[in-house]
Ligand binder design. Sequence first.
Ligand SMILES: Nc1ncnc2c1ncn2[C@@H]1O[C@H](COP(=O)(O)OP(=O)(O)O)[C@@H](O)[C@H]1O
Ligand SMILES: [Mg+2]
Length: 244
Amino acid sequence: MTLLEIDDVRGGYGDVDILNGVSLSLQKDEILTVAGTNGAGKSTLAKAIVGLLPRVTGRILFEGVDLLPLPTEERVARGIGYVPQVANVFGSLSILENLQVVVGVRDQGKRIKELFEAFPLLGERKRARAGSLSGGERQQLAFARALMTRPRLMILDEPTAALAPAKVAEAFQLITRLPSLGVSVLVVEQRARQSLAISNRGCILDGGRVALSGDAESLLEDERAAELYLGRSAQAQSHVEQRL
Ligand SMILES: Nc1ncnc2c1ncn2[C@@H]1O[C@H](COP(=O)(O)OP(=O)(O)O)[C@@H](O)[C@H]1O
Ligand SMILES: [Mg+2]
């Protein structure tokens, strides 16, 4: 089943278009990586889906419903969760308070209990201030906050960007768990190879357009993708190193 269908989306912050006709789709239970260099429009696309981009045309269908006329809160209520690139938790609030301040949650107490079962570390430290957490713990809290409203689609904007290198694999591991919780994922990532490795499909944005898209596996093997967007593969890299 197609969960999200984006068709010829254009728009930006002022007069200039940042997105120049993006089309892509995401199936239920799928993880989709959106990759691309800095400034390609990845965060802007995430904002367009969530309803935070001032000017958008085209179509964004979620479960068949056109999102464009709807304000952000209604998109969230319809099942879209969003973890922005920065400032995704309240540092001065405890873990528990960070979950309690999420608006529009049915059966709040029950939902918090479920999430503490899914993220035991958060439950154990529920009185700790979010500002005192490690990068990895804060990431779990940001995910849990977005999951409070029981979304069926999560939009993650560079979830590994603020993490210590040793914690990156753990964050990707966490993302792979989401489909089993009934949550499909659109993940924006600079670490394109690692992200594609845990994804079903991927697309690469360049200048606000989809330059390449397809199965994650075929993108990882694609010469042009490697050359232009993904950097040399680890295997090719080690051949080079052996020769030096
Ligand atoms: N709030 C904003 N106002 C105006 N221009 C912006 C804003 N945010 C991003 N841009 C511009 O949009 C373009 C794409 O940015 P962005 O979507 O953040 O790229 P990416 O996430 O792929 O690095 C950049 O040229 C950037 O300068
Ligand atoms: Mg970005």
